[in-house]
Design a protein around this ligand. Structure first.
Ligand code: NAD
Length: 492
């Protein structure tokens, strides 16, 4: 693909050029090479995909679940065979290291594996004789056309939090990747094309805001799964709901790690550094605040500063690189401006990652790991999602104060505690207002057989992605009460 080539949509089992007139350049954030163009597909393209999906739905929902999952078994094998190629594409368009990209594709595959269990997972419930001769049965039926809208930071994994469950449950779907990173899904859809699925069961439409709004307004689309920033999640949730759709919208985060003085500081530092600086801090589960308690302040403060300085920054495809660039020039400028603002508000720079230049990649969008100490609790740095490799340090004297500080935040995606005390761990787990909790874990990413559970402004909706939550989201329950008295039946 050359730099001028647009990526394609995939509708009704065929690759199609979008009817877009506007495009966004796809840029490798390390090399700044232009990799292609994303068409900003207009409402007409969304309509075409929605109609194709709606046409496929009646036959697909009648296909037995045991047959539907056969396509997923094949897809799993194709993803395994193309694993490294997909991971390299993630690195090229999104910037993370190859190891991180492999981890991402592994979780994508795990979701396919879990969705292969749908014949059991979507079973209903029966109560015989709820009254004399009367039985009551709850069936799960698919919802219809579902749309999946993804962010830039996990181009290979996030569509898989939803898509395998949606189709295994008998739905049909449209995937809309981030306009910044559409290439991984182009490759995934080359594999989907080989599955021999009925036309229209899985469709791909590229674009950005207007494409999303066309999805939210389309009457044939019954359910929307969204992952992205909180402002857009809120918009998608309210517009989808206003149009009578069910919606699950995962938003941004500001994840704290609390460190008690009873831990092994070396281990806690290593794990915290991986959480804060892995994927260049562009993970919705990245630690962005550390709250030290009591004597942990001194030991942890100097250890994390050293870990930040030591981190090897560069192009994710090069050997030995531990951290890649951020996604765009705008993102780099925004992160550097937020660091500046944080300092103006009273934080102290311990390690400054601004102005990074990486030999061989001088134009890349690199920000080196940054550590800021004495972050005031009310400051922007303590409250705002930065989405870059920037770790703020705060300090309190007791675990209770730390929990209160954690719970004062607007987000609730993840909170972690490092301790060797079971009692402290139990108190933290019990009290903390976050949907994903880590105890001596820096990135508490739920396995595919658990829901990805954000709280507060990190999530709008009820049912999360992955596992049984996904089955509940992608099915609607029908309850049937049946009376078959002897006088109405011929008893043989
Ligand atoms: P984003 O909100 O800018 O974009 C997400 C999707 O929404 C993209 O497909 C984009 O095309 C579309 N979009 C952007 N602006 C829109 C608008 N005004 N109206 C309608 N659609 C719009 O997010 P991003 O920058 O791609 O991703 C980073 C964000 O995603 C971070 O905030 C991160 O925390 C969050 N995230 C959350 C989770 C989670 O599980 N909670 C996981 C990954 C990323």
């Amino acid at each position: 693909m050359s730099s001028d080539d647009p990526v394609l949509n995939y509708v009704a089992g065929r690759w199609r050029c979008s009817t877009a007139t506007d495009y966004v350049a796809i840029i490798n954030p390390a090399t700044t090479e232009v990799l292609g163009q994303t068409p900003l597909s207009p409402a007409a393209d969304v309509d075409q995909a929605a109609q194709a999906a709606a046409a496929a739905f009646p036959a697909w929902r009648r296909t037995p679940a045991t047959e539907r999952v056969q396509y997923l078994f094949t897809l799993k094998n194709l993803l395994e065979e193309n694993f490294d190629d997909l991971a390299r594409t993630v690195t090229m368009e999104c910037g993370k290291t190859l190891d991180e990209a492999r981890g991402e594709m592994r979780r994508a595959i795990e979701n396919v594996e879990v969705a292969c269990g749908i014949p059991t997972m979507m079973q209903g419930v029966v109560s015989e004789d709820i009254a004399s001769g009367i039985d009551e049965t709850m069936y799960r039926q698919p919802v219809g056309v579902c749309a999946i809208i993804a962010p830039f930071n996990f181009p290979g994994m996030i569509p898989f939090w939803f898509m395998p469950y949606a189709i295994a449950c008998g739905n049909v779907c449209i995937v809309k990747p981030s306009e910044k990173v559409p290439l991984t899904m182009q490759k995934v859809f080359r594999l989907i094309e080989r599955l021999g699925l009925p036309d229209g069961v899985i469709n791909l439409v590229n674009g950005a805001k207007d494409t999303v709004d066309a999805i939210l307004d389309h009457p044939a689309i019954r359910a929307v799964s969204f992952v992205g920033s909180t402002a857009v999640a809120r918009h998608v949730y309210s517009r989808a709901a206003a149009n009578g759709k069910r919606a699950q919208c995962q938003g941004g985060a500001k994840n704290p790690i609390v460190i008690l003085p009873d831990v092994d500081i070396e281990t806690a530092t290593r794990i915290t550094a991986d959480s804060a600086f892995g994927c260049a801090g562009q993970r919705c589960l990245a630690a962005s605040l550390v709250i030290t308690v009591g004597e942990a302040k001194q030991t942890f403060g100097s250890a994390i500063a050293e870990a930040a300085r030591q981190r090897v920054v560069g192009y994710g495809l090069d050997d030995g690189v531990q951290m890649g660039p951020v996604i765009s020039r705008q993102s780099k400028e925004r992160i550097e401006a937020l660091i500046r603002q944080g300092c103006d508000e009273g934080a102290h720079v311990v390690v400054d990652g601004r102005g990074a230049t990486i030999p061989g990649y001088e134009h890349g969008y690199f920000v080196r790991p940054t550590v800021l100490a004495d972050v005031p609790p009310e400051s922007m740095l303590a409250r705002t999602e930065i989405f870059g490799p920037v770790l703020g340090l705060m300090h309190v004297e007791t675990l209770n104060e730390a929990i209160a500080l954690v719970n004062s935040g607007r987000y609730g995606n993840q909170a972690s505690l490092f301790t060797s005390s079971g009692a402290a761990a139990r108190a933290f787990r019990y009290e903390v207002e976050a949907g994903n909790v880590g105890i001596n874990i820096g990135v508490a990413a739920p396995m595919a057989f658990f829901p990805f559970s954000g709280w507060k402004e990190s999530f709008f909706g009820d049912l999360h992605g992955q596992a049984m939550d996904a089955v509940d989201f992608f099915t609607q329950k029908k309850v049937v009460v049946e009376r078959w008295p002897a006088q109405l039946s011929r008893i043989f």
